[in-house]
Design a protein around this ligand. Structure first.
Ligand SMILES: C[S@@+](CC[C@H](N)C(=O)[O-])C[C@H]1O[C@@H](n2cnc3c(N)ncnc32)[C@H](O)[C@@H]1O
Length: 207
């Protein structure tokens, strides 16, 4: 008997996730609670969820993204991981209020606030403040300026390329922009983990 089957859907791949996922997981093991619901903001291709959730066995993982096109990629990577604790991806725009998720025990957001207008950073902290209970973590990963200065020439070049694509985008200043926003929103910065390739992982806690 002959037959044709539908071609497998090949989800998008973000090469950087292969480079940063192992160091990120090592930090998330320390920063995230052992159990509970982890809300991932701006999941992109969903490759972080597919890699990390199977290795964090106490967490339910809720991936989300602003782009409706990303949701099928996230779900495809989740299926391929075989991890039943990754929930179906939801569309979530951080600037919206309310969000389609009403509670979480922790929030993780990787590489978004510099590749979006500043309103996205404001929406992220506002939404996280609505959802998270006192003491719960909000973890951010990405490049940051320190005291107004880039920490590497490559970050300065990346910042220029972002602003050429969209003048509202750019590498944010940790002390001048992100921490003041966090403080206004009801978070305190607890720890800064220095990561490969001139990135930082930031642990904020809901006050
Ligand atoms: C550079 S990608 C990062 C994806 C993934 N976290 C990673 O590190 O590979 C930035 C993501 O931010 C998402 N994004 C942009 N604006 C957003 C918003 N207002 N709300 C939620 N996500 C947003 C984009 O759709 C995109 O998937």
């Amino acid at each position: 008997m002959t037959g044709t089957s539908a071609p497998e859907y090949t989800p998008a791949h973000a090469p950087a996730t292969l480079r940063n996922r192992a160091p990120l997981l090592a930090v998330l093991r320390r920063f995230l609670p052992a159990e509970g619901l982890l809300l991932e903001i701006a999941s992109g291709t969903g490759e972080h969820a597919a890699y990390m959730a199977p290795q964090l066995p106490g967490l339910e993982w809720q991936p989300t993204d602003y782009s409706p096109d990303a949701l099928a990629d996230i779900d495809a990577h989740a299926r391929a991981s075989g991890c039943a604790r990754i929930r179906p991806a939801l569309r979530l725009d951080v600037t919206a209020d309310p969000w389609p998720v009403t509670r979480a025990d922790a929030i993780f957001c990787c590489n978004m606030i510099h590749i979006a207008p500043w309103e996205a950073a404001e929406g992220l902290f506002a939404g996280a403040a609505r959802l998270l209970p006192t003491g719960a973590p909000l973890v951010l990963y990405g490049p940051y300026r320190r005291e107004g200065r880039h920490t590497a020439e490559s970050n300065a070049a990346f910042d220029a390329s972002l602003q050429a694509r969209d003048p509202r985008w750019g590498v944010r200043c940790l002390e001048g922009e992100v921490v003041p926003l966090a403080t206004r929103s009801g978070f305190r910065l607890e720890e800064i983990a220095v990561m490969p390739a001139n990135n930082l992982t930031l642990l904020f806690r809901r006050v």
